[in-house]
Design a protein around this ligand. Structure first.
Ligand SMILES: N[C@@H](CCC(=O)N[C@@H](CS)C(=O)NCC(=O)O)C(=O)O
Length: 206
């Protein structure tokens, strides 16, 4: 299998993090230069169907895009350590927190960075400061929710590390591109962030 990835982009990083947690090594990483538009070529679109990263190309040539679909596929092939929940109840909780983290944290941060970092202007038809600000505020509102959650739970979905933590930390790490730091008073979020950034996968530079 081949993973089309880009080392600075957040969504492919989710997949690389899942691979690191599970010790998956039989996937070739193909680096795509987003700033050079390599994902917008007719060849890439013909192969993947959309001009997005990441994409996982299977050995028969089928391509799967959407980072979380790829992560689920890798989990099905490599069940341990489990990242998506073991029973119906845990799966629902993991899904709930993953979607919250994606919709209210990771995506808003992505839009905020894309609409404020000068180097990323090339990816937007028009870079709008108001879009950046609106999305920063949306993300910060959810950071407060996460802070309350993490006051009573070691990890976002409960008592163990899951895909919800990966989506959240990758989103927050992307904000470092614009030198953003979560508000200091969110001490439970800070505790979780430090511990998550200290995991072997993160320290290995995933
Ligand atoms: N929902 C998609 C988002 C994919 C996405 O937006 N990927 C970014 C990189 S992080 C991309 O391909 N950007 C290229 C562009 O906007 O031209 C996923 O989770 O995979």
């Amino acid at each position: 299998m081949k993973l089309y990835t880009s080392h600075r982009a957040p969504n492919p990083r989710r997949v690389r993090w899942v691979m690191a947690e599970k010790g998956i090594e039989d996937v070739d990483l193909i680096e795509i230069d987003i700033m050079a538009g390599e994902h917008r070529t007719p060849e890439y679109r013909a192969r993947v169907g959309v001009s997005h990263l990441p994409a996982l190309e299977l050995d028969d040539g089928t391509a799967i895009s959407e980072s979380l679909a790829i992560c689920r596929y890798l989990e099905a092939l490599n069940p341990e350590p489990n990242l998506f929940g073991r029973d119906a109840r845990e799966q629902a909780f993991v899904e709930m927190w993953t979607r919250r983290c994606e919709f209210y944290l990771a995506n808003p941060i992505m839009f905020s960075v894309r609409h404020s970092h000068p180097a990323l202007a090339a990816l937007e038809a028009t870079q709008l400061p108001q879009v950046a600000e609106y999305n920063r505020l949306t993300a910060e509102r959810f950071m407060k929710t996460l802070d309350r959650r993490l006051a009573d739970n070691p990890f976002i979905a409960g008592d163990r590390f899951t895909i919800a933590d990966i989506v959240a930390v990758v989103g927050l790490d992307f904000a470092r591109l614009v030198k953003y730091r979560p508000p200091e008073e969110l001490t439970h979020l800070a505790r979780w962030l430090a511990e998550t950034r200290d995991r072997p996968a993160a320290k290995a530079g995933v």
